[in-house]
Design a protein around this ligand. Structure first.
Ligand SMILES: Cc1ncc(COP(=O)(O)O)c(C=O)c1O
Length: 437
């Protein structure tokens, strides 16, 4: 019951009303004791944003706060960066991204045999270039596009392409702490003879070749980043999964040798598993393509076509004067969430989050502070193990700083969950909520 979203179009209301009636009948028939118990111990929290009329918030920047019931027993899992916050926008958009793929389509392995990346669907290539032009966040001219099953596959393809294939032994792969916790795991999972995890780039002192990962904005802390090792024998991979205007001001078009992007964090379609690399050097792009051929013989055509459609709708929405664009909507959501988080942290006095400098965003034409996909959250007042504290005292699951090469007084908290979970999270950290009560 607590999951009922407040932000529904009239069409959704009709479907929801039918579903609710059906589920109520089922509940009466089955008896739902567990839920009744938890409803006995409730507290009010706000849910947002919805218009005064209770209709969709997408066309309105205003946020009214209505009440929902907090369930003290419920465990709120904010460990992963699952981008379900965007569900609401795509539900509201209705059928514009709906696709019908006939059975005779997607039979061939090949998409475009004249392209270096022969499994890239031309339509997706076109929409990738278009969305970067619209947003102004990356240079696409004279770049090769390599599509991957998520940017996770492209990361591995880039390691394969950039590692020496002679007998010099595995090259060190480093990134400045706090770094994305999956990097060490992915890098070392097969114990490759080509590359190995080398740890915190700030501590890297060796004069031998290395690969440095620059994640900007960074996961987990949200800061824009530059390379830190800066030695002659290094090569760089820029992971720009979060370089989109809902998270950070777009200060210039990124122009690096290997840049990784993904629909997971840009449009929220993590389940499509589509990422892309913009690569300057032909040989590197060829090797990355070879890796993906060896690994999965290409990338799902169905997913590529869906991703192309979604990116097209995003780009189209940016030039549409009458409806709220995807980035206007997602910017507003992130801005509101960060406002609530900062208020909650301030009122609690037990926690802190990073401060970000204001910068001018070329896309929005205004100045704002970063509002990242994750909160890099610190427990103060002598709480040394923040993950444990939040789990045991607040029933909130987070990811400990130790996974990111940092201290346990930090945790990473997803800011991309659905409204209900986010609001309960805010309520629990700002109030004296204590699970042991
Ligand atoms: C920095 C960074 N890169 C890459 C990924 C993975 O993206 P994908 O879903 O495209 O594999 C994530 C996911 O959380 C991420 O945070």
């Amino acid at each position: 019951m607590e999951q009922i979203p407040k932000i529904l179009s009239w069409r959704n209301m009709l479907v929801l009303s039918l579903a609710l009636n059906f589920s109520l009948v089922l509940r009466i028939l089955n008896g739902d004791g567990e839920e009744r118990d938890s409803w006995d111990r409730t507290a009010s929290v706000s849910i947002w944003p919805t218009t005064a009329s209770g209709s969709s918030s997408l066309s309105s920047a205003s946020c009214n706060y209505s009440k929902i019931e907090e369930d003290d027993d419920r465990i709120i899992n904010l460990q992963l960066g699952d981008p379900t916050v965007y569900e609401r926008y795509w539900q509201e958009m209705g059928d514009v991204t709906t696709m019908v793929i006939p059975g005779w389509q997607s039979l061939s392995y090949l998409s475009d045999k004249n392209n270096l990346c022969w499994f890239l669907e031309p339509e997706l290539g076109k929409e990738i270039i278009r969305v970067h032009k619209v947003v102004g966040n990356a240079v696409t001219q004279d770049r090769f596009i390599v599509v991957g099953t998520g940017s996770t596959q492209l990361y591995q393809a880039a390691l394969y392409a950039l590692s020496p294939h002679d007998d010099s032994g595995p090259i060190n792969v480093v990134s400045a702490a706090p770094y994305y916790s999956s990097y060490p795991l992915i890098t070392d999972c097969l114990k490759s003879g080509l590359y190995r995890w080398g740890g915190d780039a700030m501590a890297y002192k060796e004069e031998i070749p290395y690969i440095e990962l620059v994640t900007s904005p960074n996961n987990p802390d949200g800061f824009l980043r530059q390379p830190v090792v800066n030695r002659s024998k290094g090569v760089l991979i820029h992971d720009l999964a979060y370089y989109w205007p809902q998270y950070t001001p777009i200060i210039s078009a990124a122009d690096h040798d290997v840049m990784l992007f993904t629909v997971s964090k840009s449009t929220g379609h993590a389940g499509m598993r589509i990422g892309w690399a913009l690569v300057k050097d032909r040989e590197t792009a060829e090797k990355m393509t070879d890796y993906i051929e060896l690994n999965t013989i290409g990338v799902s055509k169905d997913s590529q076509l869906r991703a192309a459609k979604v990116l097209k709708v995003v780009s189209d929405s940016c030039g549409n004067e009458t409806a709220k664009s995807f980035f206007d909507h997602s910017y507003d959501v992130m801005s509101e969430r960060w406002k609530l988080l900062k208020q909650a942290v301030k009122s609690s006095k037990r926690f802190t989050v990073p401060d970000f400098a204001s910068q001018r965003c070329n896309f929005f034409g205004k100045v704002f502070e970063a509002q990242p996909a994750f909160a890099w959250f610190k427990c103060e007042e002598g709480i040394l193990d923040c993950e444990r504290f939040l789990r045991e005292e607040k029933k909130i699951l987070t990811k400990s700083g130790k996974h990111f090469g940092d201290e346990q007084s930090y945790v990473r908290i997803s800011m991309l969950d659905r409204d209900t979970n986010f609001n309960i999270f805010i309520h629990r950290i700002s109030s004296s909520f204590n699970s042991t009560i």
